[in-house]
Design a protein around this ligand. Structure first.
Ligand code: WT7
Length: 632
């Protein structure tokens, strides 16, 4: 097992070791894994070239570290508990042995279909155990999985499959989420029209709805695995072979396919999982994130299973059949650690206390949050009413790019403060810089958050575009990884994340680029221009405010335009990216050189009517007056 810290003194001591001798520290952590061959070099790096290699020369397979390494002791222990969308449907539980057999069977089926090491496999599935089986089977044969959240549109799926060059797509007829079903196969059909790299599709039957099967391309999951053996030797991978590609939004351009590699990601997710949650043998751990996002990859699947943990996956939504669903699941499965997003806490808090009636929540030991800043009110509600004042809250700050948690308390060890992610984890060396890149040392400072030394979980590149990786993360400040977040270090040296300082917005923990949403809106034939900004939203953290300039209102008037803008965004990105407010304006505030003054638009969306800072470069001040008057 990975080394576990159990006291504050232990944390301080280990942290010191991890920064004074990082390679010694991470070699020691890595010793607890199963390697086909050990590394030649623990770390080789150059942030200027954005090149990082951990454990190079080592050979391994991450699934051998999940299965073969644990099987002797844990063969009959539950690996995965699946709670269905509909509470009347039976729960599914897979032991380590059962999950292993399914993974090997699917591995053999993939090989039989001609999928080879290094090939990219697209996965577009609802939250069902087959999603875990498919991703681990890819890892086992050395194929690179690229999972697309099942809320994304056909266009988004198609773009991602094309960018990754996926040759096969694993999907389902449909997916259940609360009272709704999503026609995943119909969406995937449309997506596959647009990406001819995908030659085969495997379809899991989930909702039973009618779908079209395309001869020669589509095959049902059951037929695909029929007759496949449960004997399978894992492919031997190099430490730096890609494990997966996961797309995330940035401030400009199309989504970026971040590449995570095998050994470093394995060591880092396993180590942080055990230590942050203080997971103990026999505990039941529940992460409510979808596997389509990095939280699901690292802390629903890889981190827990690498520790031989019992991980619970939930297919549905927190408010269906009623707003007590999470708490019912916690009681039903005696969940010990629960990890969710602040937006879920805020929305449940708003629905009232009656949903906690009759819920015991006595099994809970640790609560976690991730994805966005947690406000004090939500923190206290979570702490008092869910944790009953006895469960520590770990507010974990990290990113798709970091692979695992970076700044977080260790549960029950690090003293917490509401809305603070507290202290850096082992090996993480945060620095705060001013806009010119000068490091702000000492306590009580605020600035942009960078990291100055590599950690094993850091993404290695953007798929097919290393130069963009260099530009996005390693060029703003010399020799530093730039996170895109603002941060404050308080008088005690504690870190509080203040939110993005770039044009990335965070709506209900979903990360989006404003440019991406604008591009979708601009597709509308009657829209000539648009600008999207975030504004504070009580439940979602941030809401999406779109200012739209139209050429003509003839069809349906303003309301008609609003409706079709919403449809365009759903179609091009997904329903979760739909603006909360759409203000039709006759123009946008611009500088004389034609740049949109977003700062002003942000302030108006936040409700301000003045104090717009320097407006001397503003081309047309009357537009600002008009926008303020029409504010929604
Ligand atoms: C962005 C990364 C990390 C998995 C889920 C999101 C924000 C994340 C926190 C936190 C304040 C947070 C940051 C970050 N964020 N965790 N505990 N407190 N903000 O991953 O989609 O890559 O988004 O989420 O702004 O940059 P992601």
């Amino acid at each position: 097992m990975v080394p576990q810290i159990s006291t504050l003194g232990g944390y301080i001591f280990e942290y010191q070791k991890s920064v004074t001798n990082p390679t010694g520290f991470w070699a020691h952590v890595a010793d607890s894994f199963f390697w086909r061959k050990k590394w030649d070099c623990v770390l080789d790096w150059d942030f200027e070239k954005a090149r990082v290699q951990w454990y190079s020369g080592a050979k391994l397979n991450i699934t051998e570290n999940i299965f073969e390494r644990h099987l002797f002791y844990r063969g009959n222990q539950k690996a995965l508990i699946w709670e269905p969308n509909d509470p009347a449907e039976p729960v599914r539980e897979l032991t380590y042995q059962e999950l292993f057999d399914e993974v090997k069977r699917f591995s053999n089926a993939l090989l039989r279909a001609g999928v080879k090491k290094g090939d990219r496999v697209g996965i577009y599935l609802p939250m069902v155990p087959e999603l875990v089986i498919a991703m681990l089977a890819c890892a086992r044969i050395g194929a690179v999985h690229s999972i697309v959240f099942a809320g994304f549109s056909a266009q988004s799926l198609s773009d991602r499959m094309l960018d990754a060059g996926a040759t096969i797509l694993i999907t389902a007829d449909g997916g259940f989420r609360g009272s709704k079903t999503t026609p995943l196969k119909a969406i995937a059909d449309e997506a596959m029209e647009g990406c001819n790299c995908v030659k085969k599709a495997v379809i899991l039957r989930r909702t039973g709805e009618d779908i079209q099967m395309k001869a020669g391309r589509d095959i049902w999951w059951d037929e695909f695995v029929a007759g496949a053996s449960t004997d399978h030797q894992a492919e031997v991978m190099d430490a730096e072979d890609p494990l997966f590609i996961l797309y995330t939004s940035g401030s400009t351009g199309k989504p970026k396919g971040l590449v995570h590699t095998t050994a470093g990601y394995m060591v880092y997710t396993a180590y942080t999982f055990r230590n942050v949650f203080q997971y103990g043998d026999g505990d039941v751990y529940f992460c409510s994130a979808d596997i389509g996002w990095i939280t699901g990859h690292s802390y629903l699947v890889y981190g827990p299973l690498l520790n031989g943990a019992t991980t619970l996956m939930f297919e549905g939504v927190p408010t269906w059949p009623d707003a007590g669903r999470y708490w019912e699941i916690v009681d039903k499965h005696k969940v010990n650690q629960f990890y969710t997003a602040p937006t879920a806490i805020r929305s449940l808090m708003a629905l009232g206390m009656e949903w906690l009636d009759g819920k015991h929540l006595t099994s809970l030991k640790v609560l976690g949050t991730v994805g966005e800043p947690i406000n004090e009110e939500a923190w206290h509600w979570y702490h008092d009413h869910i944790g009953k004042n006895r469960c520590p809250i770990v507010d974990t700050w990290w990113q798709t790019e970091t692979g695992g948690m970076m700044i977080s308390p260790l549960a029950g060890i690090t003293p917490t403060k509401p809305s603070y992610a507290t202290m850096p984890l082992m090996g993480i060396q945060p620095v705060i810089v001013d806009p010119e890149g000068k490091e702000l040392t000492g306590n009580s400072v605020e600035g942009n958050l960078c990291i100055k030394y590599p950690w094993p979980g850091i993404a290695r590149t953007i798929w097919g575009d290393h130069e963009r990786f260099v530009q996005t993360y390693f060029s703003t400040y010399k020799k530093l990884y730039f996170t895109g977040d603002g941060v404050k270090r308080d008088e005690d040296g504690y870190y509080r994340i203040l939110g993005r300082v770039d044009d990335v917005i965070n709506v209900s923990g979903h990360r989006m680029g404003t440019a991406e949403i604008e591009n979708a809106i601009n597709e509308h034939p009657l829209v000539s221009e648009s600008a999207v900004v975030a504004y504070p939203h009580d439940i979602k953290g941030q809401g999406i405010y779109a200012y739209v300039v139209c050429t003509d209102f003839s069809t349906g008037g303003e309301e008609g335009i609003r409706q079709s803008v919403l449809m365009a965004v759903s179609k091009l990105i997904g329903p979760f990216a739909r603006p909360d407010k759409i203000q039709i304006v006759s123009g946008l505030p611009k500088t004389r050189s034609g740049k949109i003054m977003r700062r002003i638009l942000r302030k108006i969306a936040e409700g301000e009517t003045g104090n717009f800072g320097d407006t001397t470069t503003l081309l047309d001040p009357e537009i600002v007056e008009e926008i303020i008057k029409g504010r929604l």
